[in-house]
Ligand binder design. Structure first.
Ligand code: NAP
Length: 315
């Protein structure tokens, strides 16, 4: 396993996405939420393979609760750097300042309690909108929490494209950004986000390697779930068939070959998928001409496909 720095921490190049530990997640999901027994197996195996980073959120159903319980049972609480997120109710903009700060404080404390961690190692705003609200009152509150030791490292999860990332990177209190990044999504390179993050010493986590499973979905199911993606999936199939490549290896190597990404958070529904992802992680770097071909072939994939929050059937 390779490791990259997040300030003083060393983070494994492959991280574990834990939304699947708390809800039935993903456009392609047929197995439902991972069982508690499954969580124990996944965490043990991940630890044995050197994975030391997990991404969760207060918003992912029972994810934090199951994760905290399982890490304690396995005696692995200190073996993982856990990242969780601030999630507020949908009507947060209507809350008066005092109630808003109390809600944020409750969210943070609940995460600490559920995860059994006095200091949350990495804490993100689940949406960039929180950062701008009321002149940054929530962000200032979290910066103070970091100074008091309740938070180790602070950052922002980006959903709506490079502008949010660019603005986040201007803030010296941002230690981390999380972005969706995969072979359909070239917005970050076009806007120089990854280079800028490296320049500023900000760690970059990526999600959406499989676009929730869409990238490995068969044509018929894709036509039912997200018909607008079918021409791009067909283009990808044509490319791998012509080049004699494995589609999954291509998807994984595109992401794992990007040196400015600190950790790729991959969500799994089973131990089998984790085992496969760890093998895929080691399958080698993408060739430069293949990378260039992908960048030109998929430069026109619209936001309505690369941003799952715009999908009609989102979960
Ligand atoms: N805004 C945010 O901060 C945010 C938003 C979303 C997710 N996340 C985080 O990112 C993590 C990953 O979520 P994501 O949306 O980015 O999903 P993803 O990693 O792109 O895709 C995960 C899905 O891909 C499929 N998969 C994984 N390994 C596979 C394999 N080897 N072969 C075939 N299919 C495989 C599984 O779905 P099927 O088995 O159902 O096909 C799995 O649920 C989450 O767990 C969460 O921690 C964060």
């Amino acid at each position: 396993m390779k490791y990259s720095p997040l300030k003083e921490l060393q983070i494994s190049r492959i991280g574990l996405g834990a939304v699947q530990f708390g809800i039935d997640y993903g456009i392609n999901n047929s197995t439902g939420q991972v069982s508690y027994e499954g969580i124990l197996q996944i965490l043990s195996f991940a630890h044995d393979k050197g994975v030391n980073f997990i991404d969760t959120s207060r918003y992912y159903g029972s994810s934090e609760e199951n994760l905290g319980r399982a890490l304690k049972e396995l005696n692995l609480v200190d073996a993982f750097t856990v990242c969780t997120k601030l999630d507020l109710p949908k009507n947060y903009v209507e809350l008066p300042e005092k109630a808003l700060l109390q809600t944020a404080s409750d969210c943070l404390e609940k995460s600490s309690e559920m995860l059994g961690l006095e200091t949350l190692p990495v804490y993100l705003l689940h949406t960039y909108d929180y950062k701008k609200h009321l002149d940054g009152i929530l962000w200032d509150f979290l910066v103070e929490k970091k100074q008091n030791g309740a938070i180790g490292h602070l950052g922002v999860s980006i959903a709506n494209g490079p502008q949010e990332a660019l603005e986040s990177l201007e803030d010296p209190d941002v230690d981390v950004i999380q972005i969706p990044y995969n072979l359909f999504d070239h917005r970050w390179h076009k806007e120089g986000i990854l280079e800028k993050a490296v320049e500023k010493g900000v760690a970059v986590f990526n999600r959406s390697t499989y676009l929730q499973g869409l990238l490995v979905m068969g044509k018929e199911k894709a036509a039912e779930k997200l018909p607008s993606a079918v021409p791009y999936l067909e283009r990808l199939k044509g490319f791998v068939d012509k080049k004699g490549l494995s589609k999954k290896e291509l998807i994984a190597s595109y992401v794992f070959s990007e040196p400015s990404i600190t950790s790729t958070v991959v969500g799994v529904d089973s131990l089998k998928q984790l085992k496969e992802n760890i093998i895929l992680y080691g399958s080698g770097l993408i060739e430069e001409d293949t990378r260039r071909s992908l960048e030109s072939m998929f430069s026109d994939v619209p936001d309505s496909i690369v941003n799952p929050s715009l999908w009609d059937n989102k979960k």
